[in-house]
Write a protein that binds this ligand. Sequence first.
Ligand code: SF4
Ligand code: SF4
Length: 346
Amino acid sequence: MEKIRLGKTEMMVTRLGFGGIPIQRLSEDDAVAVVSRCLELGITFLDTANAYTTSEERIGKAIAGKRDELIIATKSGARDRETIEKHLNLSLEHLQTDYIDLYQFHNVSTTEDLKAVLDPKGPRAVVEDARKAGKIRHIGVTSHSMDIAKEAVKIDQFETLMFPFNFIVLEAANELLPLCREHNVGFIDMKPMGGGMLDNATLAFKYLLQFPDIVCIPGIEHIWEIEEIAGIVQANARMTAEEEAEMQRLRDELGTMFCRRCDYCQPCPQEIPISMVMNSTGFAKRLPPQRMFSGWISEGMERAATCTECADCETRCPYELPIREIIAERSRWYQEAKKQYEQQAV
Ligand code: SF4
Ligand code: SF4
């Protein structure tokens, strides 16, 4: 599998990596089998997070005995020292390792988030100390906000940036990737398949293969998925005219309904987490049912039903998405799915 240089980390990583969200849905044996198959296919870059429940532990089991051949990335959404220290120690324990190649500040998508992770007395101090102690090799950041991502790249405090990028959402190609190149920041593409919205892997990866310096980390749940994607990446074929046309057709069709998770639509007077609700069908494809119907996702989805249709959000959405309509549709879908889940649980 071809490797590329990951920005100023100077680490050489496979162009195709592994995204560790969906293995939470599987039994432990199946999850370990999926990760093991990725390693057999030559993938050496694995990404996970403290927030992905069982993902780190399962990856830890699959990589036992092979640690030194791999580049392991994980992340923490903590914004204070105590919590990030706890998360880091848990990651090391779960991954069964004494070092993490790339430790990322997770979902830094607001000005407050960025301020918190840059505070030299905040979580950054813990991460820097861990780097000095050899527990962390490199420091990166992940974001869903274009403005914050750009800011994070420009200040030269992070070695890598993880951001959503696929053929529907072109902003990353046009704006962010050139900035990352200028600042020598490694670009890691989360959601190469639109977080579950795109199901044509050939189109998704042939498009992304045009960018020779990005690492794609599709979330993988099934062995056949990674086998298919690895085949496309290794063939490295050019897009045909028919594929170009199909991509444009999907762009035209989905582009009008595709939420970029930029959160420009906020604040909502009902405190509805709009981007989460808009993307909830993608979550449902990747997360275990118990996570869909409990905790913050459940709270957000229940709030969706309180939408007053004031339309404030729509006046702020730069993509002119019909937010009220989508929120109402997702809310109905969620209540129906919850009913079925509860019936199955009885
Ligand atoms: S239309 Fe609904 S989601 Fe949008 S701001 Fe108003 S209450 Fe919130
Ligand atoms: S609804 Fe529009 S403004 Fe809100 S997060 Fe999605 S794309 Fe951004």
